[in-house]
Ligand binder design. Structure first.
Ligand SMILES: CC(C)(COP(=O)(O)OP(=O)(O)OC[C@H]1O[C@@H](n2cnc3c(N)ncnc32)[C@H](O)[C@@H]1OP(=O)(O)O)[C@@H](O)C(=O)NCCC(=O)NCCS
Length: 195
């Protein structure tokens, strides 16, 4: 493990609560709900994400995904979460802390998605805000970075709403939907006011 910590970060009982939502690490038993939601939301999500491999929604690929997640958590590389609506425990989306950089950076990236039928209900912004104490106090990082396409108005709205500051435009920053695309970079620094 890359870091000595005062708690077990791989714990399957880790439960992060936000307004109307909670987040926890993905489990094999989430497969049906996750795959159904991703399939129903395919047209809604794919313009904003890396290309989905042909077998992405298969049970086998999900098993591989869970294994990778466990390794990433153990190695302090990434912390993937699924988001659940508190009122009915529905799996509504996800948020992933990735690209954890220690040393002099103490920074990470944060990405998120919502199932189409759960969008614009305030659930993703609640999930993202709920992760801030985890990032700053538990992981002891200093900076969270998120990037979005300049035409992704919902994502920009979310980032501004929860307290991020726009820092600039990065050229051909990520390969999204099969193309290297410019991205707006946003960041939240420990101590920044959050909504
Ligand atoms: C971007 C995304 C995650 C937002 O999730 P969400 O659950 O709808 O977000 P919230 O309901 O918490 O909304 C937060 C803010 O986002 C903005 N927003 C959300 N949906 C919007 C829409 N359809 N149009 C304009 N702004 C929108 C608003 O500013 C909103 O704040 P408000 O409700 O106070 O006006 C969701 O639209 C999504 O998954 N989109 C497809 C995939 C994607 O874009 N992923 C992110 C890549 S960077």
């Amino acid at each position: 493990m890359a870091l000595v910590r005062s708690f077990d970060q791989s714990s399957s009982s880790l439960n992060i609560e936000g307004r109307g939502v909670y987040l926890r690490y993905p489990q094999l038993s989430d497969y049906e709900d996750w795959a159904t939601l991703r399939e129903e939301s395919r047209a809604f999500l794919t313009p904003w994400e890396p290309i989905w491999p042909a077998d992405d929604l298969s049970r086998t690929a999900f098993r591989r995904r869970i294994k990778r997640y466990a390794r990433d958590i153990k190695e302090d590389v990434a912390y993937p979460f699924f988001t659940f609506r508190a009122s009915d425990n529905a799996l509504v989306g996800g948020a992933t802390i990735s690209n954890v950089r220690r040393g002099v950076a103490l920074a990470c990236s944060l990405g998120y998605w919502s199932g189409e039928k759960y969008a614009n209900l305030g659930l993703t912004s609640a999930a993202v805000k709920a992760l801030f104490p985890f990032v700053f106090d538990t992981l002891k990082l200093h900076r969270i970075e998120s990037a979005c396409l300049p035409n992704n108005k919902p994502s920009q709205g979310l980032l501004r709403k929860v307290g991020y500051t726009e820092e600039g435009l990065a050229r051909k920053y990520l390969k999204i939907n099969g193309e290297w695309q410019d991205h707006l970079l946003f960041a939240l620094i420990k101590g920044d006011p959050v909504s």
